[in-house]
Design a protein around this ligand. Structure first.
Ligand code: AG3
Length: 280
C-alpha cells in the first residue's frame, strides 16, 4: 500500500495542510473550478475546490452552524434568506432548521458543486429538496443587483476572495447587498482568518463600515482551514448582533446562546486589530 497525500493550495496561507488520502471519489473540472472529493481517514470526505478544502464531514458543522445561526438568531423573524455560494448545502441545511424561514434562495454560480455534493456528501447536501428552497445557478454578483428590500438575511458562503469570488468582497457588492436587504436586514460573509489573513479581514471590515450602520466580527475555530481562527463579518441595518434575539431552539452540536455571545471578539481587541498599525 502506498501512502498518498493531498497538499492543499491555499492562496493566502503561509502554510500548507497535507491530508492523507484513502481514496479520490471525484475529480473533475467545471466551467469555473476544479472540483475534488477525497476520503481521508480522520476527516472523512473532503470537498476541495481549486485545491482548497471547503468542508469535511467531521468538522463541517462548525462553520455551517456559525454562518447560519448567528445572523438568523440575531434577527427576530428571518423569513426570507439568501445564500450566495454555499453549493455544498451545509449553510442551507442549518438555515432550514429555523421554522421561521419561509423561503431560502441559494445562488451558486457552479451547478456542478451542487451535483457533486448531492452525490458524495449526502449528510451536508441534504436539504435541497425542502419545499422552501429555490436554487439558482447564476452569478450572485449579478443576481443581487435586481433586488431591493427583499431579504431578511443574506449569507455569503464563498471560496477565498481570489478569482471569481473576489467581487463578493467589494464595496459595489456590499452596496447591492445593503439594497437587497430589508430595512432591518443582516448580512454575514466568511472573511478568512485572524492570524494569516488580517489584511483581508481589515479591508472587508473597513468596506462594510462605509455601508452598514452596524458592523461586527465574530469567529469560530475551524480545524480544516489553515489559520483556524476563522472570521465572519456582519453588516446589520438595525439590530445589534452580539446576542440572539430569540430563544435558541435548533438542534446543533456547537452553536448555542452561550456560544453566540462568546463568538464575538471583545470590543477592545476588535477595534485594535482593525487599526493599520496593529501587527502580530
Ligand atoms: N467556504 C469558505 C471556505 C474558505 C476556506 N478557505 C481556506 N481554507 N483558505 C466554505 C464552504 C463550505 N460551505
Amino acid at each position: 500500500m502506498m501512502d498518498v497525500f493531498f497538499m492543499e493550495r491555499d492562496p493566502y496561507a503561509p502554510i500548507r495542510h497535507c491530508y492523507p488520502v484513502e481514496n479520490v471519489l471525484y475529480h473533475g473540472k467545471s466551467q469555473y473550478q476544479e472540483i475534488t472529493v477525497l476520503e481521508s481517514p480522520y476527516f472523512g470526505r473532503v470537498l476541495v475546490l481549486d485545491g482548497v478544502a471547503q468542508c469535511d464531514e467531521k468538522f463541517e458543522f462548525i462553520y455551517h452552524e456559525f454562518m447560519a445561526h448567528v445572523p438568523l438568531y440575531a434577527h427576530p423573524n428571518p423569513e426570507t434568506v439568501l445564500i450566495i455560494g454555499g453549493g455544498d448545502g451545509g449553510v442551507l441545511r442549518e438555515v432550514l432548521k429555523h421554522p421561521e424561514v419561509k423561503r431560502a434562495v441559494l445562488v451558486d454560480i457552479d451547478k456542478e458543486v451542487i451535483e457533486v455534493s448531492k452525490r458524495f456528501l449526502p449528510t451536508i447536501a441534504c436539504a435541497f429538496d425542502d419545499p422552501r428552497v429555490i436554487v439558482l445557478n447564476e452569478d450572485g454578483y449579478k443576481y443581487i443587483q435586481d433586488y431591493e428590500n427583499e431579504f431578511d438575511v443574506i449569507i455569503v458562503d464563498s471560496t477565498d476572495p481570489v478569482g471569481f469570488a473576489h467581487v463578493l468582497t467589494t464595496e459595489e457588492f456590499f452596496k447591492y447587498v445593503y439594497r437587497a436587504l430589508k430595512e432591518d436586514g443582516i448580512y454575514v460573509g466568511q472573511t478568512e482568518s485572524i492570524y494569516y489573513h488580517m489584511e483581508i479581514v481589515r479591508r472587508i471590515q473597513k468596506t462594510l463600515r462605509k455601508i452598514f450602520p452596524i458592523v461586527d466580527l465574530y469567529t469560530a475555530v475551524i480545524p480544516g482551514y489553515a489559520g483556524y481562527w476563522w472570521t465572519m463579518s456582519v453588516g446589520s441595518k438595525k439590530y445589534q448582533v452580539r446576542e440572539p434575539s430569540r430563544e435558541v431552539k435548533v438542534q446543533t452540536k456547537l452553536y448555542s446562546e452561550e456560544m453566540h455571545k462568546h463568538a464575538f471578539l471583545p470590543k477592545g481587541f476588535y477595534e485594535k486589530i482593525l487599526s493599520d498599525d496593529y501587527k502580530f
